[in-house]
Design a protein around this ligand. Structure first.
Ligand SMILES: [Zn+2]
Length: 284
């Protein structure tokens, strides 16, 4: 991995050394032991479809969503955006938008990508901070794909404090064998890019694209050893993040994603959010 000295793209990689003020209070998860000095009455539908936006009286809801590969995390983020009326915020999307616009940040990011580097925490943090202070986030948001590192967690904790958000953390869980079955069954058409799955979305003729008759292939990162490596990396990355967020007093929960259709999982998450925020109002 070449040195970064040939480029000034990533000059500031240490911007957040001062950000460890609020990581205290090592408390475990869950609604039970939360108390608060303010009430957060909700204006929510009582129907299972959650037609109304989730909104606390004085603070926007910040839902942090974690989920291993195969758990359908982004599907959940999209469903929840619709059903809970919260804006979905994903660093990947923001990065692509900056690169497409060709603004200063976009140029900086593309410069690093060309060198095969991961986007540094400092840039991701800056991007997210800028995005979350946008007026359209005032009604609450879902973080999909952020935070990923302890440094990002610390920055997020400070940011949500400054924005006076109501943080909740949902971790989608998935049995390893089911994750492997889901991910290893994926097939892709090399010609048109259409995605299939041997059990959940099989082509009409096994191994052949419905649209153009091309042979379907399995991507390298959907092979079993690669999937196991991705799952381990996710665990290694997520565990410290969850520890930091719950240590900062965030209410966290784990919701299974394997046994129900995505819409039902989304309803379960919505139901948990409603209970968590109601409980907090009651705990005053
Ligand atoms: Zn095709």
């Amino acid at each position: 991995m070449g040195s970064a000295t040939s480029s000034t793209c990533y000059s500031a990689d240490r911007a957040s050394s001062s950000v460890r003020d609020r990581v205290t209070n090592p408390r475990a998860d869950l609604l039970s032991q939360r108390s608060n000095t303010r009430g957060y009455p909700l204006h929510m539908s009582t129907h299972s479809t959650f037609a109304s936006p989730v909104r606390t009286a004085s603070r926007p809801l910040a839902l942090v969503l974690f989920g291993p590969p195969g758990s359908g995390k982004s599907t959940q983020a999209n469903l929840l955006e619709r059903t809970l009326g919260l804006l979905r915020v994903s660093p990947g999307d923001i990065l692509r938008a900056h690169v497409a616009r060709g603004d200063a940040l976009g140029i900086e990011v593309r410069c690093g990508m060309r060198m095969g580097q991961l986007v540094p925490d400092e840039i991701v943090n800056r991007m997210i901070a800028e995005r979350l202070t946008n007026p359209d986030c005032k009604s609450g948001f879902i973080l999909d794909g952020y935070p990923r590192t302890p440094n990002q967690c610390e920055v997020l904790i400070r940011l949500l404090h400054e924005l006076a958000c109501e943080p909740l953390v949902v971790q989608l869980t998935l049995d390893v064998d089911i994750a492997i079955a889901r991910l290893s069954g994926r097939q892709e058409c090399a010609t048109c890019g259409e995605l299939y799955h041997v059990s959940s979305r099989p082509p009409r003729v096994a191994g052949v694209c419905d649209s153009d008759g091309s042979k379907l292939t399995v991507r390298n990162d959907d092979r079993e050893d690669a999937i196991r490596a991705r799952l381990s990396a996710y665990q290694a990355q997520t565990a410290p993040s969850l520890r930091l967020l719950s240590g900062a007093g965030y209410i966290c929960t784990a919701i299974p994603s394997e046994s129900a259709p995505p819409e039902v999982t989304a309803e379960n998450i919505g139901e948990w959010i409603r209970r968590a925020t109601n409980r907090r109002a009651v705990d005053v």
